[in-house]
Design a protein around this ligand. Structure first.
Ligand SMILES: [Zn+2]
Length: 466
């Protein structure tokens, strides 16, 4: 038996590892490659295995960089089960449908362009909405902490990873010809003390750990200080007489923000605002969060009231249609808008920016990472002018960047997670760029652990420890 690193080895997206036990072949995750050089081409490449011959997939969580190529796998002949938690399936349903309709729209746009250029070659979308729906039917769901025998010699247990709702670390108890191997795949590890979700703790004694390292060399700003800062910004903003825009990722960040607004509703005097969750995707994701109270931490459980969001926000408007969204732009002051995309690369937030970014009485609050080359990055870098839909806009609104809201643990969280494991199992670092993975490797070694950065194509087994 052995594990082979395929994706998210030496980079942060495209999570995918191949597990061979006896005659069985399974995948851990099957994520989309995002960013970097020609991701679309890389996503379309052949898998280094026969999709039809795979026995099963075990999915850690619903982020697209972990599940985004599952519909492609099904399209190429995979007919086995996809094992995950129920909340992971519910979020994957929304995110895969969104990813598929985006792929269809992109292909249509490209084909219209090619037709105009008299280019007879047509592009196919990576996969379709129908492929995504077919994929979701393959899910088999399991609760946390209950070992499940997937096949002889392969037992899996999902542990809460505290990253997004339903996210899991995957504990594998493997056996082949009397040889046993206990592997823990971390998935993405959340921050300790993040809202709604439980802490990412597991106390298992294992032989080998595959561990994410996205922020392996970084420290996040303190979360409590970040929340206080948000409160201060909103209270000042109300006096300024403009609107507040909060670009946010649909899954995780939007729900975190609603949770903080609900929790501090009175203290931050939010009754005076009109609050909008202006994203059909974030609305659907929020409904999944509200439908799984069994997964909440203690504070969220206490804050929950029957039949409402947690905690309730009486002046929250869920705007689904484009007309409802456009109507927000007629509001001159007192609108607090949470909308996507998180990096302002598209979506409704871009329209709201056009209407508000040049008004000095407005505030724009960023709570997530802004990648190089995005509109969000240009704004947080305090450019005097930014281009939106081809036209220049002066940045006159106040711009705030809040650092403590990450869904990923920082180096301290990652070391704390590792430290809770029994013994000092060997670690292979995945899901990190060179700095993150290298930083975490050095920090783990300083604590006496053996740690190596994984490379694509590398195989490890029970006899090979880092
Ligand atoms: Zn993730």
């Amino acid at each position: 038996m052995h594990l082979e690193f395929f994706g998210a080895a030496g980079e942060v997206t495209g999570s995918c590892h191949i597990l061979h036990v006896g005659s069985r072949t399974l995948l851990l995750d099957c994520g989309m490659i995002q960013g970097g050089d020609s991701p679309d081409e890389r996503n379309r490449q052949a898998f280094p295995f026969d999709a039809a011959g795979l026995d099963a997939v075990i999915l850690s969580h619903a982020h697209i960089d972990h599940c985004g190529r599952l519909p492609l796998l099904c399209k190429r002949g995979f007919r086995g089960p996809i094992h995950a938690t129920a909340a992971c399936r519910d979020l994957a349903r929304i995110l895969l449908a969104d990813s598929a309709s985006m792929a269809e729209r992109d292909a249509e746009r490209e084909n219209r362009k090619r037709a105009a250029d008299r280019n007879p070659r047509r592009v196919e979308p990576l996969y379709t909405v129908a492929d995504a729906a077919d994929t979701v039917r393959r899910f088999v769901v399991h609760p946390y902490d209950q070992p499940v025998e997937l096949a002889s010699g392969i037992r899996v247990t999902f542990r809460d990873a505290g990253h997004i709702l339903g996210s899991a670390s995957v504990l594998l108890d493997l056996e082949e010809q009397g040889l046993r191997w206990r592997v823990l795949f971390s998935g993405d590890i959340g921050q300790f003390d993040s809202p709604i979700l439980r802490d990412p703790v597991t106390h298992d004694a294992v032989d080998t750990v595959l561990m994410e390292s996205t922020y392996g060399n970084r420290r996040h700003r303190d979360r409590a200080a970040t929340v206080d800062e948000l409160g201060a910004i909103l209270q000042t903003a109300r006096g300024n007489g403009g609107n507040v825009l909060m670009p946010a990722f649909a899954v995780g960040r939007s729900q975190d923000l609603l949770y903080e607004l609900g929790t501090h509703f009175a203290a931050w005097r939010l009754a005076d605002w009109q609050i909008f969750l202006d994203s059909p995707l974030a609305i659907e994701a929020s409904k999944v969060y509200w439908a799984h109270p069994e997964l909440y931490d203690e504070a969220a459980t206490a804050a929950r009231e029957r039949g409402t969001s947690l905690p309730p926000i009486p002046n929250l408007h869920l705007t689904r249609t484009p007309e409802e969204s456009m109507a927000i732009n007629r509001i001159a002051h007192g609108a607090l808008v949470i909308a996507g995309s998180g990096m302002c690369t598209g979506g409704r937030i871009v329209h709201h920016l056009k209407h508000n970014i040049s008004r000095p009485e407005c505030d724009i609050v960023f709570t997530g990472f802004q990648a190089q080359g995005t509109l969000g990055r240009a704004i947080v870098d305090h450019r005097e002018y930014v281009r939106i839909h081809g036209s220049p806009f002066k940045v006159a609104a106040r711009v705030h960047t809040l650092g403590g809201f990450s869904a990923h643990g920082d180096q301290e969280d990652l070391l704390r997670w590792y430290g809770a494991l029994a013994g000092k199992p060997a670690v292979w670092l995945v899901h990190g760029e060179a700095d993150g993975a290298g930083g975490l490797r050095d920090a783990l070694r300083a604590q006496g652990a053996t740690a190596e950065v994984a490379r694509p194509g590398l195989r490890i087994g029970p006899e090979v420890h880092a």
